[in-house]
Design a protein around this ligand. Sequence first.
Ligand code: 8YV
Length: 324
Amino acid sequence: MPRQQVLVFRELPPDQLARLQAVHEVTVANPRIEAQRDAFFAALQRAQGLIGSSYPIDAEVLARAPALRVVSSISVGIDNYDLPALRARGVMLCHTPGVLTETTADTLFALVMATSRRLVELANHVREGRWQRNIDERLFGWDVHGKTLGIVGFGRIGQALARRAALGFGMPVLFHNRSAVDVPAELPALAAHARQLPLHDVLAQSDIVALTVPLTDETRGLMDAARFAVMKPGAIFVNGSRGGVVDEAALLQALDGGHLRAAGLDVFATEPLPLDSPLRTHPKVTPLPHIGSATHETRQAMAELATSNLLQALAGERPRATVG
Ligand code: 8YV
């Protein structure tokens, strides 16, 4: 098979970069880094394969990639990719589902704990020398065990989150999902713990609401002022999906007006979060820098899968994880 031109647009672990270099001509250029952007677009002109994440591959980029055959995303989310434009060009899209499910569910449950028990706020209370006497009710958190968890989006990550909540913390789980889920048949361990309900009922009956939906035309702006108003007074909101699913101004109003108790956010409409965003310093918000899958083990596994997808596609084989 002739050596082909591969463009890596997000850093790969050395062992995975070496796998690509052993077979193809590889250029590494991350367009999110100003100093590498010209190199990215120069290499794009001759690239048959792309591998990376967190950069929009749209019709404009594709128009500058006349030889492109496959894009291998180091992500499970595919909202950065213009699917109709890729289809129109016959460019295959691969991604990395499955390998990051448990890690991302861990992150989401960590946000449930951190917001409910005020972990970051109270750690800072100690760090900043303000722990001068036993804490009182002004610094108490709220129990997690036994509370009702509402999950919006019941795919792999939502189901993994439900297992943690129901089987680990005795939490009844209510979930909304676009398609019907036969819990007794598909998820027998959750049969006695998880119920599918319409979105309104999940929001209205849950003490904690967690988003795990993908960002699509249907879910963009899903959590708006009306839906935050449906949530229980004093409820906690956690977002591990995409920032674009949330009307952030409406979230701030729900927090500032006292309707919502707290919010744990791993994703934002604009990332990195702008320094002037009120979400960055809001006392009721626990912000994380999009660390859903960001562990050494899982990012290595994602890179390995994405590299295998690309090598297989360029060799004319069927990759393990294609989109569509
Ligand atoms: C990563 C993610 O943040 O997989 C996704 O969709 O959001 C995360 O795993 C990111 O895409 C890094 O590759």
